[in-house]
Write a protein that binds this ligand. Structure first.
Ligand SMILES: [Zn+2]
Length: 502
């Protein structure tokens, strides 16, 4: 029996609003697509949470024995500044401002994105296609939608005819909207005179003379609309119907709604069986946003170099912190919560290091109650993760297991209460749930404590020599540490902190 049969996954499907038993279209295989980043800037934490959510989901499918094809795209053209059909292309705008080629922008921020994903131990997808690599496919489906009467060309741009589509399908099925309300409430946009209805959306846009990114097409020089790229790339690599589509909650409407309409219109069937949306991040209870000045980058969170942060936190601490909430709940950042997470992760991390070295010796006094309890914990890990990927509840079980590990470390004779088989099952479950299912890598905390102590001794010395006005020696301490990758930072009131450069 496969693990996914023993512990079948139930997940909350945004399409139906119900928790459903997951049954893959092809037994044993899972095809999943997640909307990737628009690479016009450094990846922000909100996005990181989305990608962590789907990292957990793809890891757990594999953990239970499914073969997974995970496609996550890179948006390098077509996403306009206004998120609708207006304004400059996000990549093109950044290229113009920085006087670089659009592909230089794409390269820079794709690399940053990959670095951050590695820091958080978010595994790469199986395929990472880019929008500019699929221009031909985007033109082809646009042609097909015109032929089917579901799209129309005006002045070199092509728009999807939402009203026409809605005659035979439900536009708004995912987000619970209906076309009448949408037609009432839609914004009035400049290009509205081109569109038959303001709810129509662009499949292809004519490029204005100043637009840098452009391709020849049957409708003149232009570029693809934002929504069509995901339809094209998911269909190409996963088929016309696939198991799971994910993304941040902010993408549900209009982006994912448009994906459903395009694919259903072109292929005559609904593209996705299960939709999953991850919730947003807040900071001290407020929505995280650049304009409120409360958004920070992952690198600022690691270094503590931000006015809202008391100190820096390791990537695994932040990963653990995010996993303490279910992906469908909002997640609030505060110094208190991060400090608590740091303590919590340390406990699990220490237990991870301990259990790896713990060997079972004898089973002279096997106690069936103890064994039952141990096996119950093992079972709970699977039950909780199979219940809509509930990382929060799984971590609660891992804490109980960590307490058990600590008991064994301090009282080795108690190990004899479990048979070697039961002990091994416990040991492999703890290690594999930490490292494989949840992706929480062991961090060398004892070394860090030692290093931290040593640097603080040097900081103390440096403070002293500065009070003695021996600035030459003070500078030497700073420069010598810098040479080995440790940067001292002088703060207010003579306080000093340090940062380890990567
Ligand atoms: Zn998308």
């Amino acid at each position: 029996m496969k693990l996914y049969e023993k512990y079948p996954i139930h997940l909350s499907n945004s399409l139906t609003g119900a928790k459903e038993k997951f049954e893959s279209i092809h037994p044993g295989f899972v095809g999943m697509y997640v909307c990737g980043p628009t690479v016009n800037n450094y990846v922000h934490l909100g996005n990181t949470r989305t990608f962590l959510t789907f990292d957990i989901i793809s890891r757990y499918f594999r953990f239970l024995g499914y073969k997974v094809r995970y496609v996550r795209n890179i948006t390098d053209v077509g996403h306009l500044v206004g998120d609708a059909d207006e304004g400059e292309d996000k990549i093109g705008k950044k290229a113009r401002l920085e006087q670089l080629e659009p592909m230089e922008i794409v390269k820079r921020y794709t690399e940053d994105f990959h670095t951050v994903m590695r820091q958080f131990n978010i595994l790469p997808p199986s395929i990472e296609p880019s929008a500019t690599g699929h221009i031909v496919e985007q033109m082809n489906i646009t042609k097909k939608l015109i032929e089917l009467g579901l799209a129309y060309e005006v002045n070199g741009s092509v728009y999807f005819d939402v009203k026409k589509y809605n005659q035979s399908h439900h536009y708004g099925i995912l987000s619970g909207r209906n076309i009448e309300d949408l037609m009432e409430s839609g914004r009035d946009l400049d290009s509205q005179d081109e569109k038959r209805e303001k709810i129509d959306f662009a499949l292809w846009k004519k490029a204005a003379p100043e637009h840098i990114m452009r391709w020849p097409s049957p409708w003149g020089e232009g570029f693809p609309g934002w929504h069509i790229e995901c339809t094209v790339m998911s269909t190409k690599y996963l088929g016309e119907t696939f198991d799971l589509h994910g993304g941040g909650m902010d993408l549900k409407f209009p982006h994912h709604e448009c994906e459903i309409a395009q694919a259903t219109g072109a292929n005559g069937k609904s593209p996705v069986k299960y939709w999953i949306h991850s919730n947003m991040l807040t900071v001290n209870g407020q929505k995280m946003s650049k304009s409120l000045g409360n958004s920070f980058l992952p690198s600022e969170l690691f270094s503590g170099n931000h006015k809202l942060l008391e100190k820096g936190y390791s990537p695994m601490t932040v990963r653990f912190f995010m996993l303490q909430s279910h992906y469908s709940s909002t997640l609030d950042f505060s110094n208190e919560a991060l400090n608590a997470a740091e303590k919590g992760f340390k406990k699990l991390n220490n237990a991870l290091a301990s259990i790896k070295t713990l060997e079972h010796t004898s089973s002279t006094s096997v106690n069936s109650e103890v064994e039952k309890n141990i096996l119950g914990l093992v079972d709970s890990c699977y039950q909780n993760m199979s219940d809509d990927f509930n990382t929060a509840k799984t971590l609660a079980v891992l804490f109980e297991m960590a307490s058990q590990i600590n008991t064994w470390i301090s009282q080795k004779e108690l190990l004899a209460q479990a048979s070697p088989e039961v002990f091994e099952k416990f040991k492999t479950t703890y290690i594999s749930f930490m490292e494989d299912a949840l992706g929480l890598k062991e961090e060398a905390t004892s070394n860090n404590d030692l290093l931290d102590g040593t640097i603080n001794v040097l900081i103390g010395l440096r403070k002293k020599v500065r009070t003695d006005k021996n600035f030459a020696l003070s500078d030497k301490i700073r420069d010598d540490l810098k040479a080995i990758g440790i940067q001292l930072k002088d703060g207010k009131d003579g306080e000093m902190s340090y940062e380890i450069e990567n």
